[in-house]
Write a protein that binds this ligand. Structure first.
Ligand SMILES: [Ca+2]
Length: 410
């Protein structure tokens, strides 16, 4: 199917999708929903079963999909790897000819990695690859807990890492290894989250550390995209639900915030209020790589807001991208959805926001019975009025008159 130049591109509402469940049954957690055009997408199951579900209900024909599959043995921890993960002394790094490490989530769900010789120091002309492989919904998250690499200029932060000792993350995009921003100097980098089941960190030294200790980082195979709030829904690759019963207010943020968000990622945040509530979301920070109108023609990532649950309802949706000052979104309905979507190039730091379920105030006055059939009330009474059996009409504050039928009206 041809790629649309604008409009809704995420997979949630698409009629033609390929859904992958991490297990042998349809109830197994959904790890990927593919739609539109995708190439070289890789999926690694957690167990020896994977369930693919293809559905097409649109009126437009497509070319479908083709894929290859492999049955692979589970990687196991060996003595050499154990030594590399736990032995960080300078004697080991001096004699070790190969400091490359491959870590699968089958072995460890979390742990630490170090530069060679940490914390004493590393040698010159060293190159180490730390290769990670996740399964299912997991992504690899790296959080640096110590960072002190030697720089030529001895400045605190080297502006460009060219020719400097550095750590560089690589991710797999369309089957190619793509380099992300390199880290050098002494400022601790922000967390890194992979866009799929593979991530490589490459440590390169040109000079000996000269007293700089190197780096230490925690790795973790995470299923929650490092989103720390709401209830994660297993029927989507990345979705979280927020209800008024669980919390009247709280925080939401983009995957891996405050680090860069991962590429090719779609996350949904669903808000469910009570009948008499509206929803307000205040964005404190907003940095989504893209330019207006935030569509595919401009290669933009975006955040989109919806106030409808099904396609049949009256719709409101607005799309945002770029670096924006703090702003509010207020929805006079009990349902709200925020959808984040990133493409396969360029990154931003995402968003951070606070949400509130707000009880609509009932400012209704007491009127004499004689005018009970035609009276003027504020719009905030709307929810109450729909429950009242004797009301025949109401006037909104913008002077439009709406005639309503309610229960009990003759
Ligand atoms: Ca992007």
């Amino acid at each position: 199917m041809a790629r649309q130049s604008n409009g809704v591109l995420f997979c949630l509402d698409r009629e033609d999708v390929l859904k992958a469940h991490d297990g042998g049954v349809v109830l197994a957690p959904v790890v990927a929903v593919l739609c539109n055009e995708v190439s070289n997408f890789e999926l690694i199951s957690t167990s020896n079963q994977l369930y693919l579900e293809f559905a097409s209900s649109s009126l437009w024909p497509g070319h479908g999909f083709t894929a290859t599959y492999h049955f692979e043995p589970v990687l196991e921890m060996n003595a050499d790897l154990m030594a590399k993960l736990t032995d960080t002394g300078p004697a080991v790094s001096a004699t070790r000819s190969n400091c490359d490490i491959k870590i699968s989530s089958d072995m460890h769900k979390q742990g630490q990695i170090f530069s060679p010789g940490f914390p004493v120091g590393y040698l010159s002309s060293t190159k180490c690859r730390y290769e990670f492989q996740a399964t299912g919904k997991e992504r690899i998250r790296i959080v640096f807990t110590y960072f002190n690499l030697a720089t030529k200029s001895n400045k605190e932060v080297a502006k460009e890492c060219n020719g400097e000792d550095s750590v560089t993350p690589y991710i797999s995009v369309d089957g190619r290894w793509e380099k992300l921003e390199s880290f050098c100097g002494t400022v601790t980098p922000k967390p890194v989250l992979s866009n799929g089941p593979r991530l490589v960190l490459e440590f390169t030294s040109f000079n000996s550390s000269k007293g700089s200790g190197g780096f230490r980082a925690e790795y973790k195979f995470v299923k929650d995209f490092a989103v720390r709030s709401g209830k994660q829904l297993s029927e989507y690759p990345c979705a979280f639900r927020y209800t008024w019963q669980e919390a009247m207010s709280g925080n939401i943020h983009s995957p891996n915030f405050p680090g860069l968000y991962p590429r090719d990622t779609e996350c949904h945040y669903f808000f469910h209020g009570a009948v008499h509530q509206k929803i307000k979301v205040h964005f404190h920070f907003f940095d989504i790589e893209g330019i207006h109108p935030c569509d595919t023609a401009t290669d933009s990532d975006y955040v989109e807001f919806f106030n409808f649950m099904t396609k049949d309802e009256a719709k409101m949706y607005t799309r945002h991208c770029g670096q924006l000052d703090p702003f509010d979104i207020v929805v006079d309905r009990r349902f709200f959805r925020v959808t984040f979507r990133s493409n396969d190039r360029l990154d931003g730091h995402g968003f951070n926001a606070t949400y509130h379920f707000i009880d609509v105030k009932h400012t209704r006055k007491v009127y004499p019975p004689a005018i009970a059939d035609h009276t003027t009330r504020s719009v905030s009474d709307l929810y109450m009025l729909t429950e009242a059996p004797t009301v025949r009409s109401l006037t909104l504050t913008n002077s439009k008159c709406i005639r309503m039928k309610t229960r009990g009206f003759p």
